[in-house]
Write a protein that binds this ligand. Structure first.
Ligand code: NAD
Ligand code: TYD
Length: 352
């Protein structure tokens, strides 16, 4: 079997669902169930003996050791993290705790487990660390895209904590020989994304006729990738990637934020017409402090080396995503209750 951390979150749950749908081995799914973790994402696996959920904190080394000893996974795919830049600005402590200390504890548990394996299993074991392009910092409009050798220059508490975790993973390979691989991916969108991130937030607000809060001038650039394509890349890296290596993953779909919001408005208008359209809901609000201007990924290594290529274009992926949110209004309503309301007040209440 394989062990997945953070498998009740956005990308992790998509990964688990795709993995099992594709006939992959059983999964033990370890998640703390923070505000971002949601077992409803995995509802379609109810009664499926190939999926075993364990609620635990990756920072609890004894718990991680016990899970590894019990299940003896052949690979560990590490998604668990605090993942939202705006939350890291309001409260960086949890980011240091989970992304840095938590990853360290998980690495310690994995190292002990791996070192005790028989040689044949030791050889094939993998620790795949899922990270972000944000560790490379911010690009100007004319800079070349991030490659695997771009120096790290993280700018937010989120990206700094992910950068630190990447360094620890690298060090565990270099020092102890732990068979690690790191992936650094661009912005994902798709089903089950918590509606605090740009794409689902805009869809949810638009459907309620609420303002669409664009930070600053809305001209920041992100490289957008459909989550299913990211999951496929991870599967290929796990199967064919070389240990000790880093793979950048991106959709080759650079878009300004305002273009993304307009694309969402136009897709919604086609599927659920609103009098006057949705674009008029766009509202410029105070910028995010330290807002990175542009991210772009050079994915030649994973494309040429492993034969991965995204299946979705931005247009097709956004279409699928908007349809999913329209078809899953109950999921959206459930995750937008409680803690979500506090977050919206905290992040948007004082923005002018
Ligand atoms: P998410 O916030 O939707 O999910 C994170 C999951 O981790 C949640 O289920 C949460 O409960 C769990 N978790 C948090 N702290 C934990 C802890 N201490 N112990 C166990 N579980 C814990 O995040 P996501 O968007 O699915 O991102 C997953 C990973 O991919 C993260 O490592 C993130 O840095 C990385 N990543 C995300 C993107 C993106 O666009 N979303 C892009 C590139 C890389
Ligand atoms: P986000 O989804 O938070 O991802 P990240 O910051 O990790 O790239 O935001 C994507 C972009 O959208 C980012 O440039 C910030 C911007 N943004 C807004 O303009 N308004 C919003 O309400 C949010 C959540 C994000």
């Amino acid at each position: 079997m394989i062990l997945v951390t953070g498998g009740a979150g956005f990308i992790g749950s998509n990964f688990v669902l795709d993995w099992l749908a594709g006939g992959g081995e059983p999964v033990v799914n370890v998640d703390k169930l923070t505000y971002a973790g949601n077992l409803a994402n995995l509802a379609s696996l109810a009664g499926d003996a190939r999926h075993r959920f364990v609620q635990a904190d990756i920072g609890d080394q004894a718990a991680m050791e016990a899970i590894l000893a019990e299940h003896r996974p052949r690979a560990l795919v590490h998604f668990a993290a605090e993942s939202h830049v705006d939350r890291s600005i309001h409260g960086p402590g949890e980011f240091v705790q989970t992304n840095i200390v938590g990853t360290f504890r998980l690495l310690e548990a994995a190292r002990g487990h791996w070192q005790a394996l028989p040689d044949a299993e030791k050889e094939t074991f993998r620790f795949l660390h899922v990270s972000t392009d944000e560790v490379y910092g911010s690009l100007s409009d004319t800079d070349p895209a991030f490659s695997e050798t771009t120096p790290y220059a993280p700018n937010s508490p989120y990206s700094a904590s992910k950068a630190a975790s990447d360094h620890l993973v690298r060090a565990y390979h270099h020092t102890y020989g732990l068979p690690t691989i790191t992936t650094n991916c661009s912005n994902n969108y798709g089903p089950y994304q918590f509606p605090e991130k740009l794409v689902p937030l805009m869809i949810a607000n638009a459907l309620e006729g609420r303002p669409l809060p664009v930070y600053g001038d809305g001209r920041q650039v992100r490289d957008w990738l459909y989550v299913g394509d990211h999951c496929e890349a991870i599967r290929m890296v796990l199967a064919k990637g070389r240990t000790g290596e880093v793979y950048n993953i991106g959709g080759n779909a650079e878009m300004r934020n305002l273009e993304v919001v307009h694309a969402l408005c136009d897709t919604l208008q086609a599927l659920r017409p609103r009098e006057g359209g949705y674009r008029g809901l766009v509202t410029y609000v105070a910028d995010r402090p330290g807002h990175d201007r542009r991210y772009a990924i050079d994915a030649r290594k994973v494309r040429a080396g492993l034969g991965w290529t995204p299946r979705e274009t931005f247009e097709s992926g956004i279409g699928r995503t908007v349809r999913w949110y329209l078809d899953n209004a109950a999921w959206v309503a459930q995750v937008r209750s409680g803690e979500y309301r506090h977050w919206i007040d905290k992040n948007y209440g004082k923005r002018t």
